[in-house]
Ligand binder design. Structure first.
Ligand SMILES: Nc1ncnc2c1ncn2[C@@H]1O[C@H](COP(=O)(O)OP(=O)(O)OP(=O)(O)O)[C@@H](O)[C@H]1O
Length: 692
């Protein structure tokens, strides 16, 4: 492939370059000669051209997954006194190991690009692409007459300390007089945009469920106003279903053909997300012929899920994105980066009841869920009203809990010395528990452990041992491998013992005392018992009830709040509400990290043959108002009421793929004039202020 075009008084170069250093590429551009591209893959090619952006000349570089543009300076030539344009001076030396760009360079990672479109006019290039016009490779038909190239991208707003997780849309429109160059750039960008990746899926066909009933009953308006335009911008072909009743999402997912969709998305609160997750998981079990009542294992659905908040609390969306901002959630769906989210199974002694994505609570929050449905007409305020009522009436609930405490994962000394970015502060096994952020080490480690298990399926098949947890409701059993994919079959395997564990290549982690697993039995009188799968953060409780829960480490945090005094209950609630509080510091709160716990009332634990007709039902059908003053509470499972009293909750590591990057921690933006280094990942800050 050879390209040599003159444009805008500058030169055009299409150069293959294996170097990671921008300086090397600068010398390539200085020669300004056309270079024949060999058989290198597109990701190793470099495109370098001059473009106009807002009538100013820019030198624009496409290198790997990065788009860099820098303003051309006017240089006066002393002899002829003629003005010519030249690129900015050479880059300042960058710290060792980091790729540096010029101080005035703007960098955009292709992961953050939403769409690219060429057009004969600026307006034409700005118009959203028609999904039908996009061919199988996702490339829009580019006529060689187009001189404008518009790049729509997303930018995380990093300036605010309290809100550094919001993303916004931005647009760049480049102009070049030569349509062949524009077409070349369009094709290259499209190719990189749609390059297959194991952690990113650019969705084309999406099934969207809208709950018009949750929160302020504004799900449909939220979608039309904020979400649809963003999906259109990305050229997504969205099929929308507005729900007519509770549990409809689940029923549709169980019965309909989903093969024509790349992903499922829901616009609603936690209850709607839970319906989607339950629908997909039960659907997968049916597909594989697994007994839904007593499944031998829980298979992974193949389709990823997008979560757009339009409920009352939206703790799942908030915990995933660090914000309940609707546009941010929609942007995460179209950018397509996904991570595995833990899901917990909730079962009684007879069968699996349902799956829980956020929190399973008994006591105070169980009472709130049971009572609040009576006051749905109040909107989100119903939680405040029932919260006060349940708080005053809470006399404590007797219970016995059994759990397997999860040992910490310890970093080796080598690992401890590694420099860490602000977003990877969650290291493994620290004395202060880690917080789950984007690029979380603990979740990546759990993911690599799973990969390890999958590969060990074939290497050490004969070593498989059945985990002997005698009282577990869901026992892991040998897979019926005949009808399973290798990855599904691998999930059936028990966790390898430490002496057999081969850590993934490149991993320096080690594990501590996995062998010393012992059941811990705790009896007491509790104000509240919570099994938290995620932090359960929301706008009112930005740290969440379980600040240190991770999105995908395969563990849940069991929070036991003992019944003491009313004042202590107030302290607990205040602690969960603020940004600085930490419930672990409260003497009447115990937090255990575990993969599974069992709950029984005292009566059941003492072997009395009582039975309370347990059921799992939506709030609307629950018997409300009776539990707060009784001996027993009910369970609040993702906002739904579960009335069973013999409960086992078990975490399943990264069972569902969800479009998210994880929340970010606030890091100060670089001072102006400081050269930005190449973002390590696209979710790092991108210092760009060019808004077309
Ligand atoms: N059209 C409908 N009519 C009545 N109920 C519905 C309808 N569509 C969905 N539902 C049910 O509404 C319940 C509440 O929805 P959702 O959880 O999304 O909102 P929310 O309770 O206000 O938010 P959050 O759970 O975040 O506090 C869900 O259990 C869902 O099954």
């Amino acid at each position: 492939m050879t390209q040599s075009k003159q444009s805008l008084g500058g030169s055009s170069t299409y150069a293959p370059c294996s170097s990671n250093n921008y300086g090397t590429c600068s010398s390539a551009r200085a020669t300004a000669t056309a270079t024949a591209a060999g058989d290198l893959s597109p990701s190793h090619d470099i495109l370098l051209n001059n473009f106009q952006l807002k009538k100013k000349s820019y030198r624009v570089l496409l290198h790997g997954q990065q788009l860099v543009w820098e303003r051309m300076q006017k240089v006066k030539q002393s002899k002829s006194s003629q003005e010519t344009k030249a690129p900015l001076p050479e880059d300042p030396p960058s710290p060792e190991g980091q790729r540096g760009y010029g101080p005035k360079s703007h960098i955009l990672h292709v992961d953050d690009v939403i769409s690219v479109r060429a057009g004969d006019t600026k307006i034409a290039s700005i118009q959203p692409p028609n999904p039908q016009a996009i061919n199988a490779q996702g490339e829009a038909d580019t006529r060689p007459t187009s001189q404008y190239l518009t790049i729509n991208y997303a930018l995380r707003l990093t300036k605010s300390q309290t809100d550094c997780n919001r993303w916004e849309l931005r647009r760049l429109t480049f102009f070049n007089a030569d349509p062949y160059i524009v077409r070349q750039w369009d094709q290259e960008l499209q190719a990189r945009l749609h390059q297959p990746s194991s952690t990113r899926l650019r969705v084309r066909r999406l099934l969207v469920f809208i709950n018009p009933y949750g929160g302020r009953k504004a799900g449909s308006q939220t979608y039309e106003r904020h979400v649809r335009p963003i999906f259109q911008l990305a050229g997504i072909d969205a099929t929308c279903i507005t729900t007519q009743r509770a549990n409809q999402v689940r029923d549709i997912l169980l019965s309909h053909d989903l093969s024509c969709y790349d992903a499922v998305c829901c616009v609603g609160g936690d209850g709607t997300v839970a319906e989607v997750i339950n629908g997909l998981l039960f659907r997968r079990m049916r597909e594989l012929g697994i007994d839904e009542q007593r499944p031998s294992y829980i298979p992974r659905p193949e389709i990823p899920v997008g979560v757009i908040p339009a409920g009352s609390t939206d703790t799942i969306a908030y915990s995933m994105h660090g914000t309940a901002d609707v546009r941010t959630a929609a942007i995460h769906v179209i950018l397509g980066q996904h991570r595995g989210l833990d899901v917990c199974s909730v079962s009684n002694s007879q069968s699996l009841l349902r799956f829980c994505a956020s929190v399973l609570s008994y006591g105070y929050l169980g009472d709130v869920a049971a009572q609040s449905e009576n006051y749905r007409w109040m909107g989100p305020k119903r939680y405040e009203y029932s919260g006060v009522k349940a708080f005053i009436n809470n006399r404590g609930y007797d219970a016995e809990l059994r759990l397997l405490e999860e040992p910490d994962l310890q970093p080796t000394p080598l690992e401890e010395n590694l420099p860490q970015s602000p977003d990877s502060v969650c290291s493994l096994g620290e004395s202060v528990p880690s917080i789950c952020y984007a690029n979380c080490q603990r979740c990546s480690f759990a993911s690599s452990m799973q990969e390890q298990q999958r590969s060990s399926l074939f290497v050490h098949a004969e070593d498989a041992e059945v985990e002997n947890t005698s009282s577990a409701t869901l026992e892991e059993a040998d897979p019926e491998e005949s009808h399973l994919t290798p990855s599904e079959a691998a999930l059936l395997r028990p966790r390898p013992r430490p002496d057999k564990l081969q850590l993934p290549v490149g991993s320096v982690h080690s594990m501590k005392s996995l062998a010393s697993e012992q059941w811990k039995v705790i009896k007491g009188n509790f104000f509240m018992i919570c099994g938290a799968n995620i932090t359960c953060a929301c706008a009112r409780s930005p740290n969440g009830i379980s600040r240190y829960s991770h999105l995908g480490d395969g563990c849940l945090d069991l929070i036991l709040v003992k019944k003491t005094s009313l004042l202590n209950n107030v302290r607990f609630l205040l602690n969960t509400a603020g940004r600085s509080g930490d419930i672990r510091n409260l003497p009447f709160v115990d937090v255990y990290r575990t993969r599974k716990f069992q709950f029984r009332t005292f009566a059941a634990a003492n072997g009395d043959d009582y039975s309370i007709a347990g059921s799992c039902q939506p709030i609307a059908q629950a018997e409300v108002g009776s539990s707060s003053s009784s001996e027993y509470s009910s369970w609040n499972c993702d906002g739904e009421v579960v009335t069973d009293l013999d409960i086992t909750m078990r975490s399943h590591c990264q069972l569902i793929e969800v479009f998210m990057r994880g929340p970010h921690s606030y890091s100060k933006p670089l001072k102006s004039g400081t050269a930005p280094s190449t973002p390590a990942s696209s979710s790092d800050n991108v210092y760009c202020c060019c808004k077309d």
